[in-house]
Design a protein around this ligand. Structure first.
Ligand code: GLY
Length: 363
């Protein structure tokens, strides 16, 4: 839904008028706050890490802004790319099913220029683009959050088609997982053990040339989760938070821990107190690590941007860079006047060791 009209010409003119002329572009990198008066707008940030998806996500958002769309239009269309991508095993259509083999999707939206309004859906079945339903909850109801059958009924009322979201690939992985769960059941596993793929929950944050901000988060949740399990993604303040005066933050990874610290809200409040987005992401990660006596046995990633166009991303657990052998943070993607790029985030701790992973009770 394109609601605002700015022309393509105005879009590019606005880049220059807010100080994003080419000579300044190179200065905007993670963790380096913009100098007063220099604004990195428009700016798109996504947590997405699938190499084949992230560029199309940020480019879609950029193109929607260029055509005069609002920040929410841009964030929604960008997340739709990931939701509809069959190769993405963690979001929307083709995502990972729950333990019964059904996909239950979670999503949320927040829009700064709409009074920091929000909408969310959880445990939504059979609809490919849950974030678009979350947007309609915000725009066409006086509620904020619809779940399960109610969310599906609402989506169908608004013309969404009920469809089977379980792809052949996801079905096979689910069967393989079920067969490998226990040696004391009647299933016989194939030789190859199930191994979850990468990807992850998507957060998209959009800051337009005027300084308006919107965010969208969408996920199929933990692989083979319990029926009815809802994570952080549709919880406003956990998986997503926007304050049009300050910035935007979102989380991906182990959702329960994000909910316990109101991760996105906390990050935005820390930016309100003066932290850069990267400092705020680190602060939230540290809060989570402290709650687990310095040894969290899970991953959580927080990404954020502020109204000036600074951005950052922090993870609790990083990964080991193959070339340098050093710990680097989980990646994220950025699109601004300089174009699309991927950046490594920041990480507080190295990845879990094999012993640590093995010590986690198997489900
Ligand atoms: N962060 C996604 C989830 O926990 O469902």
């Amino acid at each position: 839904m394109i609601v605002k009209k700015i022309t393509r010409r105005n879009f590019f003119a606005s880049l220059v008028s807010v100080g994003v002329g080419l000579p300044l572009i190179g200065r905007f990198t993670q963790g380096q706050p913009t100098k007063k008066g220099n604004l990195n707008r428009p700016l798109i940030v996504t947590s997405k890490t699938n190499p084949d998806v992230k560029e199309s996500v940020t480019t879609t958002a950029w193109d929607v802004l260029k055509e005069g769309g609002s920040p929410l239009d841009a964030a929604e269309k960008a997340v739709n790319v990931s939701e509809l991508d069959l190769k993405d095993p963690t979001v929307g259509y083709g995502g990972s099913p729950n333990e019964e083999g059904d996909l239950q999707l979670d999503a949320s939206v927040m829009s700064g220029p709409d009074g920091n309004n929000a909408g969310a859906v959880a445990a939504l079945e059979n609809i490919k683009t849950p974030c678009s339903v979350a947007r309609l909850v915000m725009e066409r109801t006086d509620h904020l959050f619809l779940v399960g059958k109610g969310a599906l009924k609402f989506a169908k009322m608004h013309g969404f088609k009920e469809e089977n979201l379980l792809t052949e690939e996801a079905r096979k992985e689910w069967v393989e997982w079920k067969e490998n769960l226990s040696e004391r059941d009647y299933y016989l596993p194939p030789r190859k053990k199930y191994k979850p793929e990468g990807g992850g929950t998507i957060n998209v944050f959009v800051l337009d040339a005027k300084g308006d901000i919107a965010g969208v988060t969408s996920t199929s949740g933990h692989h083979f989760k319990l029926v009815g399990r809802v994570g952080d993604s549709p919880i406003i303040g956990a998986g997503l938070y926007v304050d049009n005066d300050i910035g935007d933050a979102g989380s991906s990874g182990h959702g329960a821990e994000s909910i316990k610290v109101c991760a996105s809200f906390l990050a935005v409040e820390k930016m309100r107190e003066g932290m850069t987005p990267l400092q705020a992401c680190r602060f939230v990660c540290q809060r989570v690590v402290d709650r687990h006596d310095g040894k969290p046995m899970f991953g959580l990633k927080i990404a954020a941007l502020n109204k000036a166009g600074d951005y950052g991303c922090g993870s609790i657990r990083g990964r080991i860079d193959k070339e340098s052998g050093k710990v680097v943070g989980r990646g994220f993607s950025v699109h601004d006047a300089k174009g699309h790029r991927s950046e490594p985030g920041d990480a507080l701790l190295p990845p879990m060791t094999k012993e640590e992973r093995d010590s986690i009770p198997r489900r």
